[in-house]
Design a protein around this ligand. Structure first.
Ligand SMILES: Cc1ncc(COP(=O)(O)O)c(C=O)c1O
Length: 399
């Protein structure tokens, strides 16, 4: 018996690769200085690590432009706020989907109520997929951007970004993609037509909490929505126009970026170990990411098959199609929170019950008004014996 069995990787991945903990600790000890502010050697070296991380992330996500357009933030929420608010102005219209996290939903609603930005919410089908034609129909002459997540944090459905990007391009609107649930799990190539990609560090990218980012493609510029020190052009009364300073005000998180740095190297080494060869960072990481996905999906498919066989269980949006290893279910006669509490208290199993910060997605699946659902999300470090333990506990509890 372990102390705990972690099936909440959609909330945050845990544990992280050992190299991430080690590098964060050692770099913070050796270079825990304020980068970009002071000209001394330590600050310059810290800045070099940060730039190397921007460059690795640019490669990782297929951004062929200036690596300085990889901007660090606190998390996906912060990135989405910067991206959306930096793109729209009064009178604009945006298109979002029913599957969006509150990071998009609330931002859109506040803009609609307080800043004269109209918003159309496109529905998902019963399986949790978006129809690119429905997105096309929602676009108006004043539409500025389409904002969608790559994968749902409730049912794990992966959207067809190539088709959605094609729609955005045909209609001359920008595409902002929230990759919170896919970065590090599904290869993403911004060159398919993504104008702004937002990511969070602490999920599939295997960094710590408190670090995230966005990549602003060369096709667009975002207006800054917060202002402050950058260490450059200090005499100017206004935020510099150049990236990353345009959007990165204040001291960045050295431990957070160091964590992402080590995690990027971990992906590249994993990719190299899967197939000897002198590939670049993007190709190595893409191979590693596919390997991570396969491993997680093997666990997810085992769990889904088990849940389908329990009469009292309904698996939300259970349909074929591209997925990440996140699923949600309800149990007849039981409130989701009750199931989660029993799994935790009796079996040391960590899951997340409720609305998962995506109330409209739950509305789509009919679970918004009665306590939501139980979400299960195995991760790369989940072992077969963890799944054995989970399945046994689910059988005992629900059959
Ligand atoms: C799809 C999606 N978008 C955005 C977020 C927000 O991420 P963060 O809490 O790191 O800002 C999450 C977090 O669960 C998410 O699943």
């Amino acid at each position: 018996m372990k102390d705990n069995y972690y099936f909440d990787n959609a909330a945050t991945t845990w544990p992280k690769p050992e190299a991430v903990y080690q590098y964060m600790d050692s770099f913070f000890r050796s270079h825990g200085v304020n980068p970009g502010r002071s000209g001394h050697t330590l600050a310059v070296e810290a800045e070099q690590m940060i730039f190397a991380t921007r460059r690795m992330l640019a490669d990782f996500f297929g951004h062929s432009g200036d690596p300085n357009r990889v901007v660090f933030t606190q998390n996906a929420t912060d990135s989405l706020n910067l991206a959306i608010q930096g793109m729209v102005s009064s009178g604009d219209h945006i298109v979002i989907s029913q599957l969006e996290h509150n990071a998009v939903l609330r931002t859109a609603n506040h803009l609609q109520r307080d800043a004269n930005i109209a918003c159309t919410m496109v529905e998902a089908d019963n399986g949790g997929y978006l129809d690119p034609a429905a997105i096309a129909s929602a676009i108006r002459p004043e539409t500025r951007a389409v904002i969608v997540n790559h994968a749902s944090n409730v049912v794990g459905t992966v959207q067809n970004l190539v088709a959605i990007a094609e729609v955005a391009k045909q209609h001359g609107v920008y595409l902002i993609v929230d990759s919170a649930q896919t970065a590090g799990v599904v290869p993403i190539d911004m060159s398919c037509g993504i104008d702004v990609l937002t990511f969070t560090g602490h999920k599939g990218l295997f960094g710590p909490m408190g670090i995230g980012g966005l990549i602003v493609g060369e096709s667009v510029d975002l207006a800054p929505s917060r202002f402050g020190g950058t260490g450059v052009d200090s005499a100017s009364l206004y935020q510099p126009d150049t990236y990353p300073h345009r959007l990165e005000a204040g001291t960045v998180s050295i431990p957070g970026i160091a964590g992402l740095h080590a995690a990027q190297q971990w992906f590249a080494e994993l990719g190299a170990s899967l197939n000897a060869g002198a590939d670049g960072h993007q190709a190595l990481c893409s191979r590693a990411v596919q390997h991570v996905h396969q491993r997680e999906m093997a666990h997810a498919e085992r769990i889904a098959a088990h849940l389908r066989a329990i009469d009292a269980v309904t698996l939300l949006g259970d349909s074929p199609g591209d997925k990440v290893a996140t699923m949600s279910f309800t149990v007849a006669g039981m409130v989701a929170q009750q199931v989660a509490e029993m799994l935790d208290a009796d079996h040391y199993i960590c899951v997340r019950a409720g609305l998962h910060c995506a109330p409209q997605a739950h509305a789509a699946f009919g679970t918004a008004d009665d306590g939501g659902a139980v979400r299960l999300s195995p991760g790369y470090f989940t072992e077969d014996e963890d799944v054995d333990h989970l399945l046994e506990a689910l059988s005992g509890l629900l059959e």
